[in-house]
Design a protein around this ligand. Structure first.
Ligand SMILES: [Zn+2]
Length: 392
């Protein structure tokens, strides 16, 4: 397990703890790189170093969509300019050698300030982007760190709104990860202040000690929604999840850990749940809860709880557990792309189609065969810029 100091060292800042390094950290036992296709021909091979001049306008040839359809993807000035079966003439080409392309990944539950340090949020974002996580949702950060998020791609809640002495202010979140308040008026003022500071979502905890009352939480949900902000709930128990749904929250920040009643699972139809299965050890109960929430019609979003989880990138084990929870391989891809982009309003992401951002993963294998290949992208483009290899 990575300590926070080790994460800092991965950013090149040095912790002296002798951790084996970033590549190992991002790779689980299932993430060894497979042999790449032998022959890469064409004007420019993917193995050549990126060239900014060429890549302002380039067409990726020899690409496949999941399922195998061959395509050429034209990237221009950071945006997808075309997707077709033939490459346009007169445009620089990069041959992907038959590899599969998917949209850049979105992690719907991270803690960048906690994982990388409040002063190193931009470096953390850049590291994740090189590993294929091009956007995400940060569900607890100190106010002082909020200004350093790239708001085009990273939504943040800022501190959780919590009761006096409430979670997480007396545990891991003592350094500004919770904003203690009481009374409906103060709750609304807290939301206004967070929105002013850049919050794009409101996070509220249930359980773990003192918590806001129903009247305060009703005001919180009503006021957040009036400002166009979704509300995410930390709720690990059945009664807490049921209460969160009854109060109108939009998304569970975690799959609950205690067996859910059928009524609670049904209450999440049309709401969303962020998986975070590996962050709690991938328990059989949680996997079964996610299966039942999915069957009940909840939107399942991929998320790792980075900061609690040590994986700096896309977590192949989390993807495998989504399959075990009954999602099809396509639904696993969608949980980190299409569904996440639609749920969070990241309208430039989530699909490879003209007009969307040129942010994509190049994969050695078809993720419909095994979604874990998403965790080891061969190459990554972000807004039309090919990223340096993940191991650098
Ligand atoms: Zn979290």
């Amino acid at each position: 397990v990575l300590t926070r100091a080790c994460v800092v060292s991965l950013l090149g800042l040095g912790c002296g703890c002798g951790h084996p390094g970033a590549q190992t950290a991002a790779s689980g036992p299932t993430t060894e790189r497979v042999a790449r296709p032998a022959a890469i021909d064409g004007p420019r091979a993917l193995a050549e170093p990126p060239s900014a001049a060429v890549e302002a306008h380039v067409v990726l040839t020899g690409a496949r969509l999941p399922g195998g359809q061959a395509v050429a993807l034209e990237l221009r000035d950071g945006v997808i300019a075309g997707l077709g079966d033939a490459a346009p003439e007169g445009v620089a080409r990069i041959d992907l050698g038959g590899r599969t392309i998917v949209p850049g990944f979105i992690d719907s539950h991270v803690h960048l300030a906690y994982a990388f340090g409040p002063a190193d949020v931009p470096e953390g974002q850049a590291l994740l982007a090189r590993r294929g996580v091009v956007a995400g949702v940060d569900l607890a950060a100190p106010v002082a760190a909020m200004a350093s998020f790239d708001r085009r791609r990273w939504l943040t809640s800022g501190p959780m709104i919590t009761a006096p002495r409430g979670y997480p202010t007396r545990s891991w979140g003592a350094d500004g990860y919770g904003h203690e308040t009481s009374g409906a008026v103060s709750v609304r003022e807290a939301i206004d202040a967070l929105a002013e500071a850049g919050a794009a979502v409101i996070k509220v905890p249930f359980g773990h000690g003192p918590e806001l009352g129903d009247e305060e939480l009703a005001a919180l949900v009503e006021h957040a929604h009036a400002r166009g902000l979704k509300v995410a709930a930390h709720a690990l128990l059945d009664t807490d999840a049921a209460r969160a749904a009854a109060l109108g929250i939009d998304v569970l920040a975690h799959t609950p850990l205690e067996p859910l009643s059928d009524a609670t699972a049904r209450a999440f139809r049309g709401r969303a749940v962020v998986s975070t299965l590996m962050a709690f050890g991938g328990s059989r109960v949680a996997v079964d809860n996610l299966r039942r929430l999915h069957e009940a019609g909840a939107v399942v979003l991929y998320g790792t709880d980075l900061g609690n989880s040590p994986v700096l990138g896309i977590d192949g084990e989390e993807l495998a557990l989504l399959r075990r929870a009954g999602l099809t391989a396509q639904e696993v891809i969608d949980a980190g792309t299409t569904r996440a982009a639609a749920f969070w309003g990241l309208s430039e992401l989530g699909a490879l189609e003209p007009g969307r951002a040129a942010s994509l993963l190049v994969l050695d294998e078809d993720p419909l065969e095994d979604p874990r290949t998403l965790a080891r992208p061969f190459a990554v483009w972000v807004d039309g810029v090919r990223q340096a290899p993940a191991s650098e």
